[in-house]
Design a protein. Structure first.
Ligand code: PLP
Length: 362
């Protein structure tokens, strides 16, 4: 069973199918229609898509449903929010991959330094890449959330539409004490820009402002949470007063193709049914050219402890995680000591591959 608000359930269902076992997606009913269509085409039967109440911010409802379903001993819940494999995969795969991107860039720009790694937190797995980049290249680690549900920044709550970065909780696998800053991005910005970027008028306007065709075509790889990451990266550059030698790395966590129905709704609700040049111009000015540094917090130790402690209510009180396990996560050594597990798991994978005579990938 794969609890998720974004793409984890899709990956999980695909893996289940490849392994020849049943996979169940557990996700809020308010996620995009395309996400459900995709799942429909992959699951064995419609009962394998479990819709929980609410939308992006309703993560607790997913946990509750998983706990209920897990009473059946035939179910295995692989919960991305508390499986340390999620942390480790990003720290030991995404992190080195991003480091390589930076190193290749530096071949042409020898003065470049890695100023920050920015990622919105859903399960916070992606943020674990930041722990690698901080250790290896001295990057600041910046966590991002929706302004409409600013859990880390303001201990806040609320509904938002940046699909994949569900909130109102601090994931167990989030190494909060290693974060350097937190910021929030409004779903108004991500909604509007996603519609403008996909429209002919928006693309024409970008072209007229000197954006090249390759960059415009690349916007297809930017769904709501990806646009959020880019906005947060620009906020980071402004907040820290970064210059041309400072590199901010982020991730395009999702493409635009899953949000056609969302864009149609946004155009109806926000733009009165159509995007013209004036509307596109106004959106680009407001959400890109005039990005401000509001809702940005460079964390000190008190802030980090405040965010860390917030996790207590989810994990110890609601989900029954032992207090000593919860507390151990304050220490950097807890996270560093997980890393050797990767080699151990690789050995186990090799053993299974040998046993089943599956050819390992490249
Ligand atoms: C579309 C999308 N964006 C962002 C995220 C956030 O990534 P993470 O869970 O690694 O924090 C997810 C996670 O599932 C996602 O599906």
């Amino acid at each position: 069973m794969w609890p998720s608000t974004g793409n984890y359930a899709r990956g999980g269902i695909a893996i289940s199918r490849v392994l020849g076992c049943r996979g169940v997606a557990v996700l809020p009913e308010g996620m995009s229609r395309e996400r459900f269509d995709w799942l429909d085409s992959w699951v064995v039967g419609p009962e394998d898509i479990v819709r929980t109440p609410g939308s992006e911010s309703n993560v607790k409802e997913i946990y509750d449903e998983c706990n209920r379903l897990a009473a059946d001993p035939g179910c295995v819940v692989l919960n991305q929010f508390c499986e340390f494999g999620n942390y480790l995969a990003h720290r030991s795969v995404t992190g080195p991959a991003l480091e390589r991107v930076f190193d290749v860039h530096r071949e042409h720009a020898p003065r470049a330094r890695l100023a920050a790694f920015v990622a919105a937190s859903g399960s916070s797995g992606t943020l674990a890449a930041g722990d690698h980049l901080a250790a290896r290249r001295g990057a600041r680690v910046v966590g991002v959330e929706a302004l409409e549900c600013p859990t880390m920044l303001y201990n806040g709550f609320g509904e938002h539409n940046i699909q994949g970065i569900g909130d109102k909780h601090i994931p167990l696998i989030h190494n909060v004490m290693a974060m350097d800053a937190v910021t929030a991005v409004s779903d108004r910005a991500t909604d509007e820009l996603s519609a403008v970027y996909a429209s002919d008028e928006g693309r024409e306007l970008l072209r007229s402002r000197g954006v090249d065709d390759e960059t415009i075509a690349a916007l297809d790889s930017f769904g709501l949470s990806s646009i959020c990451n880019v906005i947060a990266s620009i906020k980071t550059a402004k907040h820290f007063g970064l210059g041309p030698d400072d590199i901010v790395l982020t991730v395009a966590t999702d493409g635009a193709q899953l949000y056609g129905s969302e864009r149609a709704r946004i155009i109806e609700e926000r733009f009165g049914g159509r995007i013209d040049r004036a509307v596109a111009d106004e959106s680009l000015r407001r959400h890109v050219e005039n990005i401000d540094t509001d809702d940005y917090l460079a964390l000190d130790d008190v802030d980090r402890r405040r965010i860390f402690n917030l996790g207590y209510f989810t994990w110890v009180e609601q989900q029954g995680i032992p207090l000593d396990v919860f507390q151990a996560r304050r220490s950097p050594s807890f996270w560093d000591d997980l890393v050797p597990l990767v080699d151990h798991w690789d050995e186990m994978i090799r053993a299974v591959n040998d046993e089943t005579e599956v050819e390992p990938g490249p």
